[in-house]
Design a protein around this ligand. Sequence first.
Ligand SMILES: *Cc1c(COP(=O)(O)O)cnc(C)c1O
Length: 241
Amino acid sequence: MSQGDERQSEIATALADVRRRIARACEAAGRDRSDVTMIAVTKTYPAEDVAALLRLGVLDVGESKQQQAQAKRAELESSAGVDAAALRWHLIGRLQSNKARSVGGFADAVHSLDRAKLVRPLADGAAGRPRALDVFIQVSLDGDPERGGAVPQEVVPLADAVGQRSELNLRGVMAVPPIGSDPAACFARLAEISTRLQADHPQASAVSAGMSADLEQAIAHGSTHVRVGTALLGRRPPAFG
Ligand SMILES: *Cc1c(COP(=O)(O)O)cnc(C)c1O
């Protein structure tokens, strides 16, 4: 087997395992498997890994940084036999205000909207594209804004601001459990915040939660979008968390 074939089969095995975990978690929670979308988090991994996932039917990929995502997309677009146009790019990393406009012009979904000043550049960047940009509001569950995320009281006002812009499609909320916290308690809290949001924005029912280590708990608490990196692709260098 060539190195590429070996990597392809390694990813296929890992993907089958993650898909099984998701299916079991849905079954345990009495939820429909089709309620949960798996986003493959490909940050720090090469474009060939994205191509391998795509061959296995994975269409949703998550990246922390737009520049890296864009470079991979460009590489895939010029690769023979890769249907790069089928991919949906989810931006899951901290958004810088000076990059928000270009993220709006590039991404299919943004999971990390956490402050009002990003709404306008994101929407302006998304203007003129064939489809509205899917937006998740990232919630901080420990009140430490340094790590990203809006405090829970800011979620509805932010949602109202997103709702003002037709270029943006408010999908719901997102969170990353703070280091050292109990993920199940965090996901329960996020579910409450989601319920509160839906009272004002009934269509914003999506919940982006759950990663390699805790996707079962997230699905038990209503996650609709799990973001899975290491369980699919292996360990990243520590600096990239
Ligand atoms: C890196 C990252 C993930 C994936 O985490 P794994 O533990 O590798 O599955 C999910 N969400 C966000 C926001 C990330 O930055």
